[in-house]
Design a protein around this ligand. Structure first.
Ligand SMILES: NC(=O)c1ccc[n+]([C@@H]2O[C@H](COP(=O)([O-])OP(=O)(O)OC[C@H]3O[C@@H](n4cnc5c(N)ncnc54)[C@H](O)[C@@H]3O)[C@@H](O)[C@H]2O)c1
Length: 273
């Protein structure tokens, strides 16, 4: 959905070169938070390997970045497949000559009570949200260890800190990401690698609005209003770029002493009971 300035992400600002000379991987890059973050990274000077299982959202994110004057390429990657994750790292090294940043963002959820889950549904969410990070990190870490530096950010959720009704696999995997972030920060900090995550509240991504706009975005006005009111202090749904700028902080040198942190970006969703 274009903003008033005709841009899909009206909150994007010109870059300040914070990521000049860096190479970044973004998973789930062709939609929502990943799409906005890939653009922010590129605007800040990074070369971005945009990874996704789908290229149906147009313009594809790498093309959008090129239109912005940035440098990017697209890799069809399923984060649940180790060979795909290995290939995404190899692509960064071969095409852009290095890798500095891994943004593990691909994820999703199924809303139903835990006793209604089939094994396949449960395993699908665990495989996507949690194992996808394990696979991405496993692929990137050898290079980071060799270079004695690296930066990993993952997308958790406020639902990794709080419960949300009929969302058991999502809440469990997002909570796991928060503590896995701390754990990895501990193991890899001495090697110069920082590891953080973001915990967004309700964000206006295609899951809400449909991009390109869909006749049925899947949420009623009442549901959208409920999502907005769930971000309790600011009382609106976040734009994906508002999460992207949090991720930018964590991958930039400006956060050089921040590691093992879960950065809450939620319009106040978690500030009271
Ligand atoms: N939208 C929100 O309100 C919200 C809130 C908190 C956290 N999150 C998290 O943010 C992340 C991004 O969500 P979004 O809202 O931008 O969703 P989205 O559906 O707009 O984008 C997710 C992208 O991930 C891709 N993807 C899905 N499975 C993949 C796989 N196996 N391998 C590679 N790519 C895959 C999809 O094709 C899609 O392009 C997710 O981890 C989600 O859980 C979203």
């Amino acid at each position: 959905m274009a903003g008033t300035n005709g841009d899909e992400h009206p909150g994007l600002r010109p870059g300040l070169g914070r990521l000049k000379g860096r190479v970044a991987i973004v998973t789930g890059a062709n939609s929502g938070i990943g799409r906005a973050t890939a653009r922010v990274f590129a605007r800040e000077g990074a070369k971005v390997v945009c990874c996704d299982i789908q290229e149906t959202v147009t313009p594809r994110v790498d093309k959008l970045i090129e239109l912005d004057g940035g440098e990017a390429l697209f890799a069809r990657v399923d984060v649940t497949v180790q060979a795909d994750c290995d290939r995404m790292v190899a692509t960064a090294l071969e095409k852009f000559g290095d890798l500095h940043i891994l943004f593990n963002n691909a994820g999703g959820g199924i809303r139903k009570m835990i006793h209604e889950f089939t094994d396949d549904e449960w395993n699908f969410i665990v495989n996507l949200n949690l194992n996808g990070i394990f696979r991405g990190v496993r692929a990137a870490i050898p290079h980071f260890l060799k270079m004695k530096r690296g930066n990993i950010v993952s997308t958790a959720s406020t639902f990794g800190l709080l419960a949300s009704e009929k969302y058991p696999a999502y809440c469990a995997t997002k909570a796991a990401i928060v503590n896995l972030t701390r754990q990895m920060a501990l193991d890899y900090g001495p090697s110069g690698i920082r590891v953080n995550c973001v915990c967004p509240g309700s964000v206006e991504t295609p899951r809400f609005r449909g991009f390109p706009p869909r006749p049925n975005p899947g949420f009623t006005d009442a549901e959208r209003a409920r999502m907005a009111s769930s971000n309790k202090a600011l009382l609106r749904i976040a734009q994906p770029e508002e999460i992207a700028y949090g991720v930018l902080f964590l991958v930039s040198d400006e956060s050089s002493f921040v590691t093992g942190h879960a950065l809450v970006i939620d319009g106040g969703q978690t500030i009271d009971a």
